[in-house]
Structure formats: C-alpha cells, structure tokens
Design a protein around this ligand. Structure first.
Ligand code: ADP
Ligand code: MG
Length: 703
C-alpha cells in the first residue's frame, strides 16, 4: 500500500482526540491557544514553519531630516507638544523632534495611556510608515517605545496573525519552538546536491532571522536559497501525497468498460441520434475517456472546457459506453436546476435508445424517493441523474461503473470527500470510474501540478457557428435603454435573462430584490411573458419555470444566480446582469456563458452602479476585453489568488503557503521528479517528509 494513504483516517482521529479529554469533554483551551490553532499552530514544527510576512528594522534610528514619504522608519526624539483635536474627528496628535527636524504623529483611535505617553518632554522612539501629509511628514498610528528601552540587535519579524493575537505573543511562541524543535533534514544529501538546495535547518532559521539589511526584498522576491528550500519542501510534500494517491488508485480495481464497436452498439446509435457532429476537440477527449474506461483501474479524469464548449455530450457518450457494458452510471450536478436540465437532456438522447434514466434529488416526495432508491439498488435504473443526494450514504447502487460530476468545482470539500468514499467502492472489490467536469478553467499547469490525482482533458474549441458574445458596460443611469434592448430582442423572436443583484448580507433581501425587479419589469414591459426563478422557489415550480423558458413560452427570465452554472437555452441571446460590480469575475463569466449558445449574435449587458471601485473596474474591464475563459481565469487568479480554484475557500485551508503557483512552476517540476525518485529509492524519507508537512491533511489534496 502507498505510504501516505493509510495515515489518512487515523491521523484525523488523533487530531480529534487531542481536542477533547478522555471523558469526551472538550479540553479547556485558552483564548491564545484557540487563536494560535486558528492559524494552524499547534506543534513546535507548526510554529517553526510559520515564517514572517515581513520584518521591521528596530536596530537603528534614522535622522528625521532624512525621512521620505513611503518608507518605514524608526526615529528617536523628544515630544514637543501633543493635543487632542476634534476636527474632522476626535484624534490625538503630537510632534516629535530630534536634532535634525520635526515629525508629526497621529492616532485616530487612542487610549488614555497613549495620550499620557506623549506628554511634552518625553523621550520616545516612534516607528511606522512615513506619510507626506498636508502639514508635513507624519506617521499615523506609530508604534512607540521609550527611548531608554534597549535597542534590539536583530530585525524584528512580523508574523501572519489573527485578530486579538499580538505579535509579541507570536514572536515568543515561535522563538520558543525554534529552540525546542529538532529541525533535522528530511531529504538525503543526494537530493540537496542534485537540485542545489540548502539544508533545512539554516534555511528555516534564516527565514525567521534574516541577515540585517534588505530583509524586505528578501521576503518579497522569495528567490533566496532559504526560500527556495522551503518552497521545494512544500511542493515535494504535495507531489508525494499526489503520487501516493495515484498509486493507491492504480492498486484499486475497476470494472473494464470497453467500447462496443458494433454497428448496433449503444454509442454508435447515440452518435447517429445527435443533432450535430462532434468537434475535433470533443472527439479527442471522448477518445481519452473511452480509453480510460477500458482499463481495469478507476479513471479519475477532469474534463475541462470553457462554458458552452459542449461537455454534456461528452458525458453522455461516456455514459453510453459504460451502460452498454451493463454498468450503471450516476451523474451529479451542483444545483437542482442543472440536474433537472441534465435529466431532461440525457433522457431525450438516451431514453429513445432504450436506456432507463432515473432522477434523485433532495426534494423528491418520499414515494418518488423510495422508487428512485429501489431502481438504483436493483439496477433497473441504468443512468441516475441528480444532485448531491446521489452520494448520500443510504444510496446503494447495483453496479455503479461510472460516476460523472458536473461543475465539480462547485462542490464543497466535504461533498468531494463523500464522493471519493463512494468512489472507493464502499468496501466492494471494484471502484467506479470518475469523470469530473468543470467550466471554470483551471490553468493547465495548475491542474496538473496542484490539483488532486486527476488526469486532465481539455476541450479547447467551441462548437462551430457561434458568434462571439458582445459585452456592453452600461451605467445604471441608462437602465431605460437596457429595458428597451430587451423589448427589441424579444420582438425578434429571441429570449433574454435578467440577473438580479447579489446581496451578500442577506438571502432574504436578495430574494426580495428579485421579486421587485420582476414586478417592475412586468410593469414596464407589459407585452412580454416574464418568469421568475430563484433558490427559494419550490423545486416543482423552479422546474416548471425553466421548462417554460426552454420551450420559449417565456420571453424573459428574471433570475438570481441559481442560473449561474450549466443552464443551456440556445435561443436566449441577451443577458443583463444588474449590479455587475458586485459579482466575481469567474461568476460573471459563467453567467455570460448562458448566452452565445446558438447562432444568433448574443449580447451581455453589465449594468453597473457608478462610481466603481478599483477592483470592480478591473473586473468589468476584463469582462469587456475578453471572452476567453482561460484569460479570465488568469486575471481572476492575479486578482484573488488560487483559493477559489482549489476549492479551499470552504475548508479555510490554503494548500500552498510558500510556493507560488504562477511563478514556481520550474520548482514544482523538480519536486515532481524528486517525488518519483524518493518513492523509488528512499521510501523511508517519504513518510518523514509527509508527516512534517501535511500532518493528515492529505485528504484535501486528494479531492
Ligand atoms: P458546457 O460545456 O458549458 O456544459 P453544453 O454541453 O451545455 O456546454 O453545450 C452547449 C451547447 O452546445 C448545447 O446546446 C449543446 O447541445 C451544443 N453543442 C455541443 N456540442 C456541439 C457541437 N459539436 N456542435 C454544435 N452544438 C453543440
Ligand atoms: Mg455544462
């Protein structure tokens, strides 16, 4: 068995045990401990690996005359005067002077003790960023110490912290850990030599106590040998864990589901029934999947393709191949609307060919539910489509050969874990093949190097005959014109979506906005048939509205973001997104992808409320400038970091703390090579390294 995998469950139990006493009562923890724990700091090695964000130079004082706005500096001098002023709001101001000049100090919030500290005549040190204020240079919220306190001799580290946890506490805890912990090198000398890495202990110590001078550059560039070493170790741990997961998968057995090439075979008949020809890009991924299905270990493949690239039909062909071999297929989608749409579409394609398709979601009546569960269990349902209800424990399949997950990035970590457990075949001898689909394009290197144990297929072209979507940015003040545009579009026999604003604070408010918007639009566009769909609508009504819109019995669909993913109505050619500035970039791209699915020229109107903040402006600009999902993903990554892609937002656990997925690809490649080498020649190193770096967090890498 692969080294990393068995540690998984026991490691968790141990963690749970340390958090509670033998009697099962939670162990008392101090506030500080709790806060440290929230930063992932528990054992000495955790602290040792908690490296500073930046450093402060408290080792020297600068002459006040030499200060330039923008620099961070420490000065020492005498307080000349101080006062509390009331305008524009209550604040404390003071002036400190040395032989060379004067510097302003200002506190917008302050304690009486701070006010007392700056009495005229006191000799103090002040530290902080120099600003060029209206009345000369100043520091806002300076950190103050008495001038007779000893001067530190080393740079002072500033650690990533959390509310209510002072730097002084962190510094002490880290310093203590660095004395206690044994920082033995997990890597053999041969590895260090080959990749030119410095030893672990000096690298880590240097990160906590860098040589004086240039420390901030050192931290920002992160190209120093000490950094390279830490990043390499982190990436190596990740690669080792992935390799273990991959090996574990190859050790598992899956049913071989080879392609039936007979003329009357199901797959062949499905091709014939399709209203279109597959694109070359689709053919290529279909072949990759088909080959995987014919192997005797489980497929674990991510099918990536921009919104509208035609992933559903690829899934249908994979399902047909499995069903033709007598296996069952389950397809899971993140929303009921999407699941329902798949149920209908796959039903339309496959039912006429004699395939039984069942439907399983949380909102079925008890009777329907029993029927669906029975059909899954006795094998009479060959394809089961549904929401996450499909992976609940009591759902038993007769002979599950293939599990398809659409919009897989939308599922939380917990759901993905449940899925991977179902995917392990629940103790049976055979595990199902897994096909994950995602329209959120993950940069390829990211997917290969940082994502779980997945092979990746990419549909890199859209079906032919699509006219690119035109994106328009329109200020809220010109809303009337947008309403007119909707009317025009409908007059030409087309359909439109109107997406209501996101209201982060309150779901109830969001709902109300949708209801109000729909009402107003009905008043100003009395000739139009307008439907409303939102998350709180009972499933049957939701389904009915979507069905009416599909059947063109509605002209305009007012919706919340429930239509964000997957919805496919080719006749809809206009998308209006209200308060577009409130949405994230990936979300806007997904929403826009609901149009441009037919041959008509499609328009996406981003209605925004001026004035725009910087970030919102960048986002809308990106939407305006490109339709390319990969480019959008790249910009999104630049703006927000990778958390979203990896689904770590829900888990709150960043996978990579040190390495940078965009710039450290070469290092990641080396780590990948080293992982293979270590697994082959130094298996004893593998476990030691994983224990140091992951401590039972492998689960997150595997999902
Ligand atoms: P997504 O990849 O976003 O899930 P869909 O599978 O919903 O995309 O496909 C988008 C639309 O394109 C659907 O209406 C689908 O029927 C259609 N489509 C898929 N493949 C082709 C093709 N090769 N030629 C023409 N239309 C296609
Ligand atoms: Mg889709």
């Amino acid at each position: 068995m692969a080294p990393a995998a068995p540690a998984k469950k026991p490691a968790r139990k141990t963690a749970a045990k340390t958090a509670s006493t033998a009697a099962g009562k939670p162990a008392p923890r101090s506030d500080v401990e709790r806060r440290l724990l929230s930063l992932g700091l528990e054992t000495p090695i955790d602290f040792a690996l908690h490296v500073p964000l930046r450093f402060e130079d408290e080792t020297r004082n600068l002459p006040i005359a030499s200060l330039q706005p923008g620099m961070t500096a420490q000065v020492e001098g005498e307080i000349l005067r101080s006062e509390v002023i009331q305008r524009p709001r209550r604040q404390l101001t003071a002036v400190i002077a040395d032989e060379t000049g004067e510097l302003g100090l200002r506190w917008l919030n302050f304690y009486p003790s701070q006010q007392r500290q700056v009495t005229p005549g006191a000799r103090l040190r002040a530290r902080g960023e120099i600003r060029g204020g209206l009345f000369g240079r100043e520091i806002v919220h300076p950190r103050m110490t008495r001038a007779d306190a000893p001067m530190p001799t080393a740079l002072t580290p500033v650690y990533p912290s959390t509310e209510g946890l002072p730097q002084s506490v962190l510094r002490k805890a880290v310093a203590r850990a660095l004395q206690q912990v044994e920082l033995r090198d997990t890597l053999p000398q041969a590895v260090l030599d080959r990749y030119g890495l410095m030893p672990f202990e000096p690298a880590l110590r240097a990160l906590h106590q860098p040589p004086p001078g240039g420390a901030d550059d050192f931290l920002h560039e992160r190209s120093d040998p000490a950094w390279q070493r830490i990043k390499f170790d982190e990436l190596l741990a990740q690669q080792l864990s992935l390799a273990a997961a991959r090996a574990a998968r190859r050790d598992k057995r899956a049913e071989t589901l080879p392609l039936d090439t007979r003329r009357q075979g199901l797959v062949r008949r499905l091709y014939q029934a399709l209203p279109f020809q597959l694109t070359d890009a689709q053919m290529r991924v279909v072949e990759e999947i088909s080959a995987d299905l014919s192997r005797n270990y489980p497929m674990h493949r991510l099918l990536q393709g921009d919104v509208g690239s035609g992933k559903t039909v690829v899934a249908a062909l994979a399902a047909a191949q499995a069903i033709a071999c007598g296996a069952q297929v389950a397809l899971m989608a993140p929303t009921e609307i999407l699941a329902e749409q798949h149920f209908r579409k796959l039903g339309d394609w496959l039912a006429p060919l004699g395939v039984t398709v069942a439907w399983l979601t949380g909102s079925l009546s008890p009777r329907q539910r029993r029927a669906a569960l029975a059909a899954a269990a006795d094998g009479s349902a060959q394809l089961i489509v549904g929401t996450q209800a499909i992976i609940q424990e009591h759902v038993v399949f007769h002979r599950l050969g293939l599990m398809i997950v659409d919009e897989q990035h939308r599922f939380g970590v917990g759901q993905r874990l449940a899925l991977s457990r179902k995917g392990e075949g629940e103790g049976g001898p055979l595990a199902p093949h897994q096909l994950h689909m995602s329209a959120t394009p993950i940069p390829r290197t990211l997917a290969m190097t940082f994502f779980a144990d997945l092979d990746v297929s990419v549909i890199d072209a859209l079906p032919p005959g699509r006219t690119p979507i035109v994106t328009k940015l329109v200020a809220e003040s010109r809303r009337d014109q947008v309403v007119e545009l909707v009317a025009q579009e409908v007059r030409q026999g087309r359909q439109a979506y109107w997406v209501c604003p996101l209201v982060e604070e309150s779901e109830a408010l969001q709902l109300q906005t949708a209801v109000d918007t729909c009402e107003t639009l009905r008043q100003v566009l009395p000739d139009l048939r307008i439907g409303l769909v939102h998350g709180k609508l009972p499933q049957a009504e939701k389904a009915q509205v979507m069905k009416d819109f599909h059947a063109a019995e509605l002209d305009l669909l007012v919706a919340t973001t429930v239509i964000e993913v997957g919805v496919d109505v080719p006749r809809a050619s206009l998308m209006v997104i209200e308060h577009a500035e409130r949405f994230g970039l990936a979300q806007l791209h997904q929403l826009r992808g609901r149009v441009g699915r037919g041959s008509a020229e499609s328009v996406c109107v981003l209605l925004y409320q001026a004035p725009l903040g910087m970030v919102a402006r960048e986002r809308l600009r990106a939407m305006f400038e490109t339709n390319d999902g990969f480019e959008i993903a790249r910009r999104d990554l630049a703006q927000r970091g990778p958390g979203e892609f990896l689904g770590t937002r829900q888990s709150g656990l960043a996978l990579l703390r040190f390495a940078d997925i965009e710039t450290d690809t070469e290092l990641a490649e080396q780590a990948r090579e080293a992982a293979a080498w270590l697994r082959r020649d130094h298996p004893e190193v593998v476990q030691a390294h994983l224990t140091r770096w992951l401590r039972g967090r492998e689960d997150f890498l595997r999902t």
